[in-house]
Write a protein that binds this ligand. Structure first.
Ligand code: GRF
Length: 227
């Protein structure tokens, strides 16, 4: 896909909307060439709606409970996004599975963020599952949405250490800081036309970050006895 001067975004939320805020902030800083055409929440009480309104972004509430089926709900969401010429859909803490109605309408153009290093710990308790399993490194993943739960091709991941004494909250907070960095980054790569999906692989064209990304995260750190 070619570079798009400004990608038209639709953001779907269900809750706090801190990832939505990170996208808004990246746009305001000039780091992300995007325009949020619409924020949709499936919950009328989602605090993220207020974040959008504060920035003069149009919001809509489409409550899934009002619809007899997942498909009917998706048709309503799709109509709202289409009416605003949305090109990329960002799921920012959106707690509903999408049906083929949405997936087929936006092929390779729906991104989600998840608070684990997929394919480990899919589902709604990523940080808790990481703590319970005892992993030393956790993180977050931005991926293209495909049918299934948290299974689509991976675009960007960030890793963080699990520290002694961490609980679900402290680990989730550490991960969330990285979510706020990688979600706008992934959207920016899309806007620049640099993402190509080949099966499970997302090829990032013109990636010059290999050198800076190649330092390993080892936790607990290996202390070199000679140093
Ligand atoms: C994030 O941790 C995201 O990974 C998960 O839900 C949380 C949403 O947070 N899917 P927010 O609403 O963006 O603050």
């Amino acid at each position: 896909m070619a570079e798009n001067p400004t990608v038209k975004l639709g953001v779907l939320i269900s809750g706090t909307g801190s990832n939505l805020q990170a996208i808004i902030d990246a746009i305001l800083r000039g780091d992300l060439k995007a325009e949020i055409r619409l924020v949709i929440s499936n919950r009328a009480d989602a605090p993220g709606l207020e974040r959008a309104r504060r920035h003069g972004i149009e919001t809509g509430v489409i409550e899934h409970r009002q619809f007899p089926s997942r498909e009917d709900f998706d048709h309503a969401v799709l109509a709202a996004l289409r009416a605003r010429s949305v090109e990329l859909v960002a799921l920012a803490g959106f707690m509903r599975l999408l049906s083929p109605v949405m997936l087929d309408a936006f092929p390779g153009s729906i991104m989600n963020i998840h608070n684990s290093l997929l394919p480990s710990f899919p589902g709604i308790h990523g940080p808790k599952d990481a703590i319970d399993y005892g992993v030393k490194i956790a993180g977050c993943t931005v991926f293209f949405v495909t049918p299934g739960v948290d299974v689509g091709p991976v675009i960007v991941q960030a890793a963080v250490p699990v520290m002694p004494g961490d609980d679900e909250q402290s680990l989730a907070a550490r991960i969330l800081q990285q979510e706020h960095r990688i979600f706008p980054h992934a959207i920016s790569l899309f806007q620049q036309g640099r993402l190509e999906i080949h099966g499970r692989q997302v090829i990032i064209k013109g990636d010059s970050s290999t050198t800076q990304s190649s330092s390993p995260l080892v936790n607990p750190a290996v202390i070199d006895p000679k140093s």
